[in-house]
Design a protein around this ligand. Structure first.
Ligand SMILES: Nc1nc2c(ncn2[C@@H]2O[C@H](COP(=O)(O)OP(=O)(O)OP(=O)(O)O)[C@@H](O)[C@H]2O)c(=O)[nH]1
Ligand SMILES: [Mg+2]
Ligand SMILES: [Zn+2]
Length: 374
């Protein structure tokens, strides 16, 4: 038993993970360390519906889905509790707002829609840029032959990935996938229609996500747009669905791009380029440039990342740096915007911004922001 667990037990406190937030209520999944206390009172659930202590409100401590929390004074009769403390976060994503995510479960289909290596690479680069762990899951393997599967496997291994081949409809590969997710908080990402919801329903039958239903032109699953929720995988692990999104932007720092290709990372770990700021294009004595399949992708993505960076530098975002102030006289003028809560937060958590695009589809941001501010 850890020191933390021991202290918690002595103080009659419980530990848990927030799995859903709605209005001022937090659904908390109690940790196995609390099982003794649960058994002692014959409580028949692993969940407590909690509020947040006023003290936390006063210090502006937000509680996010994924937060590990300490609950005090559980009311077992009503299944209620109060969150007294939020443990420090390991990671924090803005959209969807999830704390402590460990791993991105990137789902693509092998067929229907057919696997496009360029689109897959865009998602991979985006996911790599979050620095979270990555699990590549290729679904609908029932639609291709054994031989085709082997070809993909070899090709992706050469890229530096070891994908899990699954079929959400006939259970293939589900066990290996479960073992990769055990004990982790995973966030699902991937384009629309690849079977993300089907896969989650397979892993967690009680999730009952809608399948094959695409809402409007934004093409995102309906269930996921309402609120963020972590589903408990019966064999261990927590999983959040996310809306489908077809083309993440390549908006990373161009000089970091090579690090998001495992093939280039390997080459850079084995040697170094002549120039520190080598862009790995035409410079002499470059260790990255070479005969690997996705070197061409790197070049194309690099051009896009550079163009993206230039476009951002050339168009100062008036909206974000200035605000329109209407004076009493009725006249209006632009004034520098003081760092608003929203912008301050974004810059502080820059590291995680990239991931947002894996999830954002249109106005889903507003929906999340609203939910967060309730
Ligand atoms: N053949 C086959 N079809 C599948 C499999 N998994 C899902 N499908 C089908 O693929 C379609 C899309 O599945 P969804 O689970 O809704 O896909 P999604 O990724 O959640 O899509 P969005 O919510 O739009 O992002 C449905 O018609 C599923 O029945 C599979 O393993 N094999
Ligand atoms: Mg879906
Ligand atoms: Zn180089």
């Amino acid at each position: 038993m850890s020191q933390l667990e021991q202290t918690a037990r002595e103080k009659n406190q419980l530990q848990g993970t927030v799995v859903a937030v709605q209005a001022n209520f937090y659904q908390v999944l109690l940790e196995p360390s609390s099982q003794q206390q649960i058994n002692a009172v014959n409580f028949d659930s692993n969940y407590l519906l909690c509020t947040r202590r006023t003290r936390l409100k006063k210090i502006g401590q937000k509680v996010l889905v994924g937060d590990r929390v300490i609950i005090e004074e559980p009311d077992w009769q009503d299944g209620r509790g109060a969150i007294a403390k939020v443990q420090p976060r390991n990671t924090e994503l803005q959209r969807p707002p999830i704390a402590n995510a460990d791993i991105i479960l990137l789902v693509f289909a092998l067929e229907e829609p057919s696997l496009d290596p360029w689109q897959l690479s865009r998602f991979l680069v985006k996911a790599e840029s979050t620095k979270l762990q990555l699990c590549l899951c290729l679904n609908k393997c029932d639609l291709i032959s054994q031989q085709q599967q082997q070809q993909w496997q070899q090709r992706l291994e050469a890229w530096g990935y070891s994908p899990v081949f699954v079929s959400a409809i006939n259970n293939q590969g589900i066990e290996p996938l479960k073992s990769r997710l055990r004990g982790k908080i995973a966030v699902v990402a991937g384009p629309s229609g690849v079977g993300k919801s089907s896969l989650i329903n397979n892993l967690i039958p009680s999730a009952q996500l809608r399948v094959g239903e695409v809402s409007g032109k934004l093409q995102r699953g309906r269930h996921t747009t309402r609120h963020v929720e972590l589903f408990n995988i019966p064999d261990g692990g927590l999983l959040a669905d996310s809306p489908g999104f077809n083309q993440p932007d390549l908006d990373c720092d161009p000089s970091d791009l090579a690090l998001y290709f495992p093939e280039a990372r390997t080459r850079l770990s084995q040697g170094s380029c002549q120039f520190n700021n080598c862009s790995h294009r035409d410079e002499p004595n470059c260790v990255v440039r070479g005969d690997w399949e996705r070197y061409e992708y790197y070049r194309v993505f690099l051009d896009k990342a550079i163009a993206n960076q230039k476009a951002q530098q050339n168009t100062p975002d008036q909206e974000s740096s200035l605000k329109l102030k209407v004076k009493r006289s009725g006249k209006s003028q632009y004034e520098p915007r003081l760092a608003s809560k929203k912008y301050r937060r974004l810059s502080r958590r820059e590291k995680h911004q990239n991931l947002q695009e894996l999830y954002c589809a249109g106005n889903i941001n507003e929906i999340y922001e609203e939910a967060e501010d309730i």
